[in-house]
Design a binder for this molecule. Structure first.
Ligand code: ADP
Ligand code: MG
Length: 481
C-alpha cells in the first residue's frame, strides 16, 4: 500500500543478488512500481532490464514483456528462470503446445513474466486472451523499433499501440538504448503513454577521447597503420566502409590484424572473434557486422576509416572502446567524399517511386505486391524491360519496406517510403553535422540523445577540447614520391 512502500533495495538484493542499484535504476524502479508510465533511454549495458523486472516483482502479478528478437527473449527468460522466477515465452520458435501451456499459465496467474514477440498481438484471439487477465506491468523492450524515425523500424511494432489500452491500467515501461528526442516523442505517442516519467541518462563516457579528423581517402590506411603501431593503442577495432576496404586495410596492417565481415565463412568469423578476445589478434578491421555480442573490455582504440551512416551507429561503435573504464581513444576519419558516398547509396536504395512501380510490376509474380499497392502505383506489367532487372538490387530497401507493410496488412506504402527516405536523409545530415561542428564531441553526442541529466560540460579530452593531444597532430606522412 502507499503508506508501506516496498523496499526496493531489499528486493534487489534478495531477488537479483545485487548489492546496489546502478546509476538511475532506483528512480526508474520507483516510478514504475508506483504505477507510472515510463520512457527509459539508457545505453546498452546500463542495466535497463532490471528497471522493468524489479517493479514487476514489486507489483506482483504477471508482467507482459514485448521483445523484438527471439534471442533477446530467450536470454532474458533464461536469466530470470535461473533466479527462480516463473517465466514463459511465446514465439514462433516454440511448439504450439508450449504456447498453449504458456497461455494457460498466464490465465491461471502463475507466471511472473510472459515474453511475447510483437507480431503475436495480431494473432486473432490473443490480445483478447491477455485482456481476460490483465498484466500488472507491460514492458516494451527495444521500443525505438516502433518509430519509423528510429534506426531499426519494425512494422510489427507499429500496431502494438492499438492493443495496449485493453490491457490497462497496468503501467507501461518503454525501454531503448537509442532514441533521439524525435523518436522519444514518437514512442510516447504511439504507445499512448500517460504522462510518462522520462529517464534519459548515461550517454556520457568519461574515459573516451573522441577525435574527428578531416582526411582524404588515400591517406587513411597509412594514418591508421601509424596510429596502431603503438602498442598502447591496441587492442583496436577499425570500422571500414566495405568488405574490400576491410580486407585491404587488414593486409596493410599485417600479422596481428584480421578482416571481419559478412562475406567470410562463419568458421572464419568465429575464429577471428575468438582470437581477438584471447589477444592473439590485436586489431580487427570490420564492416558493421562486427561487435554485436563482443564484450572485450580492454579495447583501447576504435577507428572509423569512413563516415558511418548515422550518429546512432557511430555511438554504438565507439562505445566498444574502454569498457574497462581505462582511457581510450576513438578516431573518425572523414571528408566531403564520404557524404557523397552516402548520398549515392541513398539514391540507389530509394529510387523514385515511379521506377519502383515499374519494378514491382516486373516482379509481380515473385513478389506479390498487395493489390492495393499495385492499384495505387498504377503498375503495368507490359512496361517491364531490362532495366527492371537492374532495379531489383537497387530497390532492395524499398522492397523490404513494402514487404514488411504487406506482412502487417498495411497499405500506406508510399507515405512509409517517404518517411523512411526522409529519415535516412536526416541521419546523414546529422552525422555530417556532428563531424563538422566546432564543439565538444562528447557533449554533442550526449545532446544528440537528449540526455536530460547531463550538464553538457566540455569533456576536456576530445579534439575540440584538447586539440594539442589529437593523434592527427603527430601524424607526419612520408613525402610522396
Ligand atoms: P541493457 O538492457 O541496458 O543493455 P541489461 O539489462 O542487459 O542492459 O544489463 C546489463 C548487465 O548488467 C546484466 O548482466 C545485468 O545483470 C547487469 N546489472 C544490471 N543491474 C545491475 C546492478 N544493479 N548491479 C549489478 N549488475 C547489474
Ligand atoms: Mg536490453
Amino acid at each position: 500500500s502507499d503508506s508501506d512502500p516496498v523496499d526496493l533495495s531489499v528486493l534487489l538484493h534478495q531477488t537479483f543478488g545485487f548489492p546496489a542499484f546502478r546509476a538511475n535504476q532506483e528512480a526508474v524502479c520507483r516510478a514504475a512500481t508506483d504505477g507510472r508510465d515510463v520512457l527509459l533511454v539508457m545505453p546498452t549495458g546500463a542495466g535497463k532490464s532490471l528497471c522493468y523486472q524489479l517493479p514487476a516483482i514489486a507489483r506482483g502479478g504477471t508482467a507482459l514483456v514485448i521483445s523484438p528478437l527471439i534471442a533477446l527473449m530467450d536470454d532474458q527468460a533464461a536469466k530470470l528462470s535461473a533466479l527462480g522466477l516463473r517465466v514463459a515465452r511465446i514465439h514462433s520458435g516454440l511448439s504450439r503446445e508450449d504456447s498453449r501451456q504458456a497461455c494457460r499459465d498466464y490465465l491461471d496467474g502463475t507466471l511472473q513474466f510472459l515474453f511475447i514477440a510483437p507480431e503475436r498481438m495480431r494473432v486473432p484471439g490473443f490480445p483478447e486472451m491477455l485482456a481476460k487477465k490483465k498484466p500488472a506491468l507491460i514492458a516494451i523492450d527495444e521500443a525505438h523499433c516502433i518509430s519509423a524515425w528510429g534506426h531499426d523500424f519494425r512494422p510489427d511494432y507499429r500496431t502494438l499501440g492499438d492493443y495496449l489500452p485493453a490491457l490497462r491500467p497496468a503501467p507501461i515501461i518503454a525501454l531503448t538504448a537509442t532514441a533521439t528526442p524525435t523518436v522519444q516523442k514518437d514512442i510516447a505517442t504511439q504507445l499512448q503513454l500517460h504522462q510518462p516519467a522520462l529517464f534519459i541518462h548515461g550517454f556520457r563516457r568519461h574515459n573516451l577521447a573522441i577525435e574527428v579528423v578531416e582526411m582524404s581517402k588515400p591517406r587513411r590506411n597509412e594514418f591508421t597503420a601509424n596510429l596502431l603501431k603503438s602498442p598502447a593503442n591496441r587492442p583496436a577495432i577499425v570500422y571500414a566502409p566495405s568488405r574490400k576496404a576491410a580486407e585491404e586495410l587488414a593486409s596493410v596492417l599485417g600479422g596481428s590484424a584480421a578482416a571481419y565481415h559478412a562475406g567470410l565463412e562463419p568458421s572464419v568469423r568465429e575464429r577471428v572473434q575468438r582470437h581477438f578476445l584471447s589477444g592473439k589478434l590485436e586489431v580487427v578491421v570490420a564492416t558493421i557486422a562486427f561487435g554485436m555480442g563482443i564484450d572485450k573490455a580492454d579495447v583501447r582504440t576504435v577507428v572509423h576509416t569512413a563516415l558511418p551512416g548515422s550518429v546512432e551507429a557511430y555511438y554504438q561503435e565507439i562505445g566498444r572502446a574502454g569498457r574497462d573504464g581505462q582511457p581510450s581513444r576513438t578516431v573518425l576519419l572523414h571528408s566531403y567524399a564520404d557524404r557523397k558516398m552516402h548520398d549515392f547509396f541513398l539514391e540507389r536504395d530509394y529510387p523514385p517511386p515511379t521506377e519502383l512501380a515499374r519494378l514491382a510490376a516486373a516482379l509481380n509474380n515473385d513478389y506479390q505486391m498487395p493489390d492495393i499497392l499495385r492499384q495505387r502505383l498504377k503498375m503495368d506489367i507490359e512496361t517491364f524491360d531490362r532495366t527492371a532487372e537492374k532495379l531489383v538490387s537497387q530497390g532492395a530497401a524499398a522492397f523490404d519496406i513494402a514487404g514488411n507493410l504487406r506482412s502487417t496488412g498495411q497499405t500506406n506504402w508510399r507515405s512509409s517510403y517517404d518517411t523512411q527516405l526522409a529519415f535516412r536523409r536526416s541521419q546523414i545530415d546529422r552525422i555530417v553535422a556532428f563531424a563538422e561542428s566546432p564543439q565538444c564531441r562528447m557533449s554533442a553526442l550526449v545532446q544528440h540523445f537528449g540526455d536530460t541529466a547531463d550538464g553538457l560540460r566540455p569533456c576536456g579530452h576530445c579534439d575540440f577540447c584538447s586539440p594539442e593531444r589529437a593523434t592527427a597532430q603527430t601524424f607526419r606522412p612520408p613525402t610522396t614520391h
